[in-house]
Ligand binder design. Structure first.
Ligand code: SF4
Length: 496
């Protein structure tokens, strides 16, 4: 039996897809790179934006014929939308066989087998913390994943891996659905995390990214001792083979001096911090129920740059949130100019039914205003990104080679991952590619690639993408390159 998995959403979803794939592969299923010939099609979904959900429903609609005509075929919806919409999925697409929430992925194989054997739909989701009467422990356990199976072949790149250190979120930002679809905040034990990192290192992994909705809130208490993220970084720094560690996403008020010093001092901790500000006006931050002021955020930015020389900071922003005035928007522009982010992921506000903002605020900023503000903020950010990248011209940097560039690898992509807004957002598809981006200089480099080389990409310590020509086999190795050209989101290099 063969399966295909399509992922939308954040890095947490990408990790869930890897774990689900590993589970199926361990049970004897074969993974395919496309839907063609699949017996089981899985959609790993995102609920952060309405657009992402509607895309899934359209994709499900297109599968109706396939599902009803091909004997033995199965369709599974997993992830945040599965948790949030539960029965709605079956109503809108009655031919779906399995609905599985993000906290129940360990049951995937059993659910798929039960659906295949009985022909009846199967569902497993966590306890709804806002609707069902249950004690906190029961709710927590219903969202706690099993010890993950880390099969290298289930990962996109064997030398890089994500490691979940926390589940859920308790910040309860008014616009967000994550606290309801991923449950209450809970940290995994340091031992469990360390064992997993060691397993990954044994499998040849050299870079790990620690994941949590608010990763720097990590706190695990055992035998009277509290382990925080800074302690965890120090423990992982001692794991032989792991040369780079990143963590996403950070919540501004939980960024302690101790953590910043750990990033500065530990050789494996990379000077890259994703700290979503979301907005630059206190009045909007209050409506968003973010627990800080813009002054506190600016102070944090100062502290990061003072503590970690050369640090790259990135942020998320929502434009057009309920009640956002032009003046409030301009304060966000001011913050972007002040913080000089490496890049920002900017999204137009989208109402999510069921959360606090949808109940108490009106989505009153017209779509065209949201669009304009999005473009204006993006233009300011692009200008800053371009300036920061220009400062790399002529410099030598060490990169971890990730493999062929997007263009080279498009045909061999294992899965189509459409990133959407979320605290762990990494590469949102909606960010327009820079006009002078990879297309111009990159093409030049690609056409000039000598025989036996392809256009490769790698990442610097501060998470900048470098495009250069080199042999395909270089993927997974550390190399030094000299930066010969720059664009707002890309550096172009020559192998040294
Ligand atoms: S936006 Fe982030 S911090 Fe806020 S509730 Fe959602 S996941 Fe938690």
């Amino acid at each position: 039996m063969k399966f295909y998995i399509e992922t939308v959403g954040c890095q947490m979803n990408a990790l869930d897809s890897e774990l689900a794939a590993a589970e199926l592969m361990a049970a004897g299923w074969e993974r395919l790179d496309s839907r063609k010939d699949a017996d089981l099609i899985i959609f790993n979904t995102c609920s952060v934006r309405e657009h992402a959900e509607e895309k899934i429903y359209s994709a499900l609609g297109r599968l109706k014929h396939w599902r009803t005509q091909k004997p033995g075929s199965l369709v599974c919806v997993m992830g945040c939308m599965a948790q949030k919409d539960k029965d709605v999925v079956f109503q809108r697409a009655p031919y779906v066989d399995v609905v599985v929430g993000p906290g129940k992925i360990d049951q995937l194989v059993a659910l798929v087998e039960a659906a295949a054997a009985t022909g009846t739909p199967q569902i497993a989701v966590g306890v709804d913390r806002f609707e069902q009467k249950a004690d906190r422990q029961t709710i927590k356990e219903s969202f706690r994943l099993y010890d993950p199976i880390r099969l290298p072949q289930a990962r996109q790149r064997t030398f890089q891996a994500m490691v979940r250190i926390m589940f859920g979120c308790d910040k309860l930002c008014s616009y967000c659905v994550v606290p309801s679809v991923r449950g209450p905040e809970q940290s995994r034990s340091p031992k469990e995390i360390l064992d997993e990192v060691k397993t990954l290192a044994d499998q040849g992994c050299v870079e790990v990214t620690l994941l949590g909705q608010t990763v720097n809130s990590y706190r695990y208490r055992e035998n009277g001792k509290t382990t925080r993220l800074a302690d965890l970084l120090a423990m992982i720094d001692g794991v032989s083979g792991i040369r780079r560690v990143r963590f996403v996403s950070s919540y501004p008020t939980d960024m302690t001096d101790e953590l910043l010093q750990a990033v500065r001092d530990l050789p494996s901790a990379m000077p890259y911090l994703h700290v979503p500000a979301q907005h630059g006006a206190n009045s909007t931050l209050k409506r968003m129920r973010r627990h800080y002021t813009v002054e506190q955020y600016r102070e944090l930015v100062d502290r990061i740059y003072e503590t970690i020389p050369g640090a790259a900071i990135t942020s998320d922003f929502i434009v057009g949130f309920s009640g956002e005035t032009e003046d409030e928007f301009l304060q966000t522009v001011d913050l972007v100019r002040y913080a000089r982010f490496k890049n920002s992921f900017i999204f137009k506000y989208s109402v999510r039914p069921g959360n606090e903002a949808s109940r108490i605020y009106v989505d009153d900023v017209p779509e065209e205003v949201k669009k304009r503000r999005n473009n204006e903020l993006l233009a300011v950010q692009n200008e800053i990104s371009a300036e920061l990248n220009k400062s790399f011209l002529g410099r030598e940097v060490e990169i971890l080679v990730e493999g062929p560039s997007k263009r080279e690898s498009r045909s061999v992509a294992q899965e189509e991952t459409l990133y959407a807004e979320c605290e762990q957002t990494e590469t949102p598809s909606e960010q327009p590619t820079t006009p002078e981006g990879i297309t111009s200089v990159g093409e030049l480099l690609a056409t000039a690639a000598p025989n036996g080389t392809v256009q490769l990409t790698g990442r610097t310590e501060c998470d900048r993408i470098v495009v250069f020509n080199g042999p395909r086999e270089m993927a997974g190795t550390f190399q030094r390159v000299r930066v010969v050209d720059t664009a707002p989101f890309t550096l172009f290099g020559e192998l040294l």
